[in-house]
Design a protein around this ligand. Sequence first.
Ligand SMILES: [Zn+2]
Length: 170
Amino acid sequence: MLVTIAVNLAITTYERKRGQQLRSELLVSDAMHTRSDIYISMSVIISLVAVGLGFPVLDVLVAFAIAGVIGYMAISIFKESSDVLCDTRVIEYDKIHAVVKTINGVRDSHAIRTRGRKSEIYLDLHILVDPKLNVGKAHSIADIVEAEIKKSFPEITDVLVHVEPFGTTG
Ligand SMILES: [Zn+2]
């Protein structure tokens, strides 16, 4: 049992570190799951010792403490993954707007939406350009918007730009 704990502790520490480096919810969640196995192993050892020493009530107390820790971990995992599954906004509107409005040819932007995982964000937005621009020019502005956003926010992997003539709504 002590060997299992030592091995699991090494795995979970490494997995958690890599998970945070790679911003992978999957690895971090799995590390937390392995860690909950460690707490269970430890509780069994503590309980065995407690019963051996003649304190059976400690067994119950430890069981409650472990249940609390696992419940807390379950809530943390649930919260992290539900943000992803519910398409919670990942980057603040103002941060993106600040980048976009500095781009030559862009008069304004709106309907900025982000979704996805922290390491893989999808963004779409509307940009307003001079209505007299031809399609080729408007398209190259859209390309610059895409490139600038990806440069400023490396975690954004996909950008969809909707071009609109300035002065109209849509
Ligand atoms: Zn629009």
